[in-house]
Write a protein that binds this ligand. Structure first.
Ligand SMILES: [Zn+2]
Length: 215
């Protein structure tokens, strides 16, 4: 399928699809960090996650996917990223997995790395909504909103007790503590809190020197 026909999802739809995938792996209780490799390997649309030496040096991407003759996808990840940058590798895997869950038909004709790179460049030029959708999915699956709110409230209450209401310090420590817990980068966590409007609640609580964040 041409990327111009790729399905357009609302943010709410992406959150719900990610939660649906999570529920299959965590039927009783979500626990962090989310094991994205396990989720991907157990998904019927994926065969393998494979390290590729020098993928990023050659093609300027940390991960890419292609679809094999059996109709299943392989997610290819830059070997150094996989070995030495775990949070980045997890996010890249979750992003590519998002393409498989949400737009697999767009990749159906990508049989080689070169096919996928050409498609990736075309999408980045003209169909950025597909990349935006996969990034949102990656955030939603690695940092699920049903458990994030409770963690934010607990960590905030603990931090302000120790450090007071210095907004820069508290935000910095929150991103870093939450990021560690969820196995993502502090920057990915900052973006996730911002797009879910949780950041505003944190800032408001700090502004009013509240010891707690409201629900
Ligand atoms: Zn992508």
């Amino acid at each position: 399928m041409d990327p111009s026909h790729g399905c357009r999802y609302s943010k709410r739809e992406i959150e719900l699809i990610a939660l649906d995938v999570l529920k299959k792996e965590y039927p009783n209780k979500l626990s962090r960090p989310i094991d994205i490799d396990r989720i991907v390997y157990n998904h019927g649309g994926v065969d393998d996650i494979r390290p590729i030496p020098l993928l990023e040096d050659k093609f300027q991407v940390s991960a890419i996917l292609y679809v094999k003759e059996n109709g299943k996808a392989d997610i290819l990840v830059d070997e150094d990223t996989l070995d030495f940058q775990h949070t980045r590798a997890s996010f890249s895997i979750a992003h590519e997995f998002g393409h498989i869950v949400l737009h697999k038909e767009v990749w159906s004709r990508c049989k080689t790395i070169e096919d996928s790179i050409a498609l990736h460049r075309r999408i980045n030029r003209s169909y950025k909504f597909i990349e935006g959708t996969a990034n949102w999915f990656a955030g939603a699956i690695l940092v699920p909103f049903p458990i994030l709110g409770k963690d934010v409230r607990e960590i905030y209450a603990g931090l302000v007790k120790i450090y007071g209401f210095d907004a820069d310090l508290i935000c910095h420590k929150m991103y870093s503590d939450l990021a560690k817990g969820y196995g993502v980068s502090p920057e990915a966590m900052r973006i996730r809190l911002s797009v879910l409007d949780i950041q505003k609640k944190i800032e408001s609580a700090l502004h009013y020197k509240s010891p707690y964040i409201g629900p």
